[in-house]
Design a protein around this ligand. Structure first.
Ligand code: ATP
Ligand code: MG
Length: 352
């Protein structure tokens, strides 16, 4: 195998899945990115990690999620494994907070491996394996395509259409939509993480038909609200299928969610939590978030982000990764990011 000699750099956005009623289906890409630089070396595996979660994942070796995804992608391509790998990871996406860090790591690994092998790095090519490794496309789809995505597993339930079932029996699919430019996603992040698997275990096997029917209508409304009718965002983000069931493992999240929605702010649990995503229109209501957050009695990082319009990218010979994100908690936080990873510092104005 003739590997690309230069280092390749993958740039992958944070994502928020579910968006309230779009459980396991809707996802939004956010303007907060992890970067991975990968190159083939004569032997061994070296991983340099800075930023979010570095202390937990730096020594993971072959178990490091980016490495596991790269190994799987090399196998998937049938190109064999390289003699050695050197990685530099700049992490800005907090881990275990419902912001798609695992999907971002997997997508970074799949795209970096494909780029090193000289294979295409288009989202359609990466979606099947990334979805299989993550277990579901709800975060990997917006990570790969950017914008707003509806994702699903095509095929009958018997053929394996549900989360965690045999991925080869069904196929991950995604449709990308353009969210309205005036929507500002604000992530409100608590200090302590919650495992996606723990949160998932709390869901009941069956739900009342009335709740399912109501959610289906709200999910359809949410698509309209995000792409054309922002005044419908509060109603469109109402959920009956998952958020309340997970409240016991994230009571502060639930408390914050109830307070924000009572103030007419379209707030949802981000992914499996415990972060909250607030979808502001023209930043209206941004000044309410800090006082409402304080009412819960715990500290939150409140970060207005850009919409992640561009999906993940990977290319050889690009500049080295930038500075890692700030991990210290604070009420209103500006993440340091790259503007679509094009090399320009990311700047955001807050509170005017
Ligand atoms: N950049 C990364 N490098 C290595 N491992 C990572 C990275 N990002 C995430 N992980 C792994 O994924 C775990 C977090 O995955 P988990 O699915 O629980 O949370 P999340 O992806 O941040 O949130 P959600 O899935 O709800 O959006 C981390 O504890 C770590 O093991
Ligand atoms: Mg995850």
């Amino acid at each position: 195998m003739r590997w690309v000699e230069e280092p390749v750099r993958a740039c992958v956005p944070a994502t928020s899945a579910n968006l309230g009623p779009g459980f396991d289906s809707l996802g939004l890409a956010l303007g907060l990115h992890d970067e991975v630089e990968a190159r083939v070396v004569p032997s061994g595996l070296s991983i340099d990690v800075s930023g979010e979660g570095a202390a937990d994942v730096a020594d993971a070796g072959e178990k490091h999620l980016v490495v596991r995804a790269m190994r799987a992608a090399f196998d998937d391509l049938g190109v064999g494994q390289p003699s050695g790998l050197a990685l530099r990871c700049v992490n800005r996406i907090p881990h275990g907070r419902g912001l798609g860090s695992s999907a971002a790591a997997i997508v970074a690994g799949v795209l970096a491996a494909r780029a090193l092998a000289g294979a295409s790095v288009g989202p359609d090519d990466a979606l099947p394996l990334a979805s299989e490794l993550e277990g579901h496309p709800d975060n990997v789809a917006p990570c790969l395509y950017g914008g707003l995505t509806i994702s699903w597993m095509a095929g009958s339930p018997e053929a394996g259409g549900s989360r965690g079932s045999s991925p080869r029996a069904s196929t991950a699919r995604a449709v990308r939509l353009e969210p309205l430019a005036q929507i500002t996603p604000v992530v409100v992040i608590p200090a302590a993480p919650v495992s996606t698997n723990v949160a998932r275990g709390l869901l009941p096997a069956a739900v009342p038909h009335a709740d399912a029917a109501r959610n289906a209508g709200r999910a359809a409304l949410l698509i309209a609200a995000l792409t054309a009718r922002p005044e419908a965002l509060l109603d469109g983000t109402e959920d009956r299928l998952h958020q309340d069931y997970r409240a016991p493992v994230m009571p502060a999240t639930h408390d914050l969610l109830a307070r924000l929605r009572a103030a007419s702010l379209p707030a949802v649990v981000s992914g499996a939590g415990p972060s909250v995503l607030v979808l502001l229109v023209s930043r209206h209501g941004l000044d309410k978030l800090d006082p409402i957050g304080r009412e819960t009695g715990i500290e939150w990082r409140i970060s207005p982000l850009d919409l992640g319009r561009q999906g993940a990218s990977a290319a050889p010979g690009v500049p080295a990764p930038g500075e890692a994100g700030q991990s210290s908690p604070g009420r209103l936080t500006l993440f340091r990011d790259m503007d679509g990873c094009k090399g320009m510092p990311w700047v955001s104005s807050v509170l005017g």
